[in-house]
Design a protein. Structure first.
Length: 183
């Protein structure tokens, strides 16, 4: 199966331009340091972000000239071990190069402490000599202090570190943060 055929295997129904853009980024090795996945709640943004992350972390993707994950290597098996809800948080424990944060249930915002820990983890070396992926779910819940702490990391991205902000409304993400990411 060639690269073009695999472009249609993304877990997204609807806008075909999104998987085409992400596939082209993978094919051309032009992966941005940050992305914003934007849209209404429960449309698959997190599923798409996890799949893109799996593609970046796949051990066989580059060796075998694939666009999408092989689904067979140890990294892919780790990434597909859980699905949705609370299991998303466990994925961070299963894959050392993947980290997902969200607003804690009893809190109004994503705290500066959460972002500092997030940044610290992303600055560690990759265990698989691969990418380090960080996803911020409900990025509009970033406190202003957390947003400011994240800004420097977005402005000066490290090689092979990708941060994906998932949000339903761009207006609620600080403009300085949104301006640093690809949509």
């Amino acid at each position: 199966m060639d690269k073009k055929e695999k472009r249609n295997d993304w877990p997204l129904v609807g806008n075909p331009k999104i998987p085409e853009f992400l596939s082209a980024s993978l094919e051309n090795e032009k992966v941005s340091g940050s992305y914003v996945f934007l849209g209404p709640q429960n449309l698959g943004k997190t599923t798409l972000a996890k799949f893109f992350s799996q593609s970046l972390l796949c051990e066989d993707r580059q060796k075998n000239d694939l666009v999408l994950p092989c689904e067979k290597c140890s990294s892919c098996r780790q990434m597909t071990g859980n699905t949705g809800g609370e299991a998303e948080d466990n994925l961070s424990a299963l894959h050392s190069d993947f980290h997902l944060i969200r607003r804690e249930k009893d809190k109004k915002n994503i705290s500066i402490e959460q972002i500092r820990e997030f940044i610290k983890i992303l600055h560690l070396s990759s265990f698989l000599n691969s990418y380090k992926i960080g996803i911020i779910k409900n990025a509009e819940a970033l406190s202003s202090e957390a947003g400011n702490a994240l800004l420097k990391t977005l402005e000066e991205p490290q090689k092979k570190v990708v941060i994906i902000l998932i949000a339903s409304q761009i207006e609620n993400i600080p403009e300085t943060i949104a301006s640093q990411a690809r949509f």
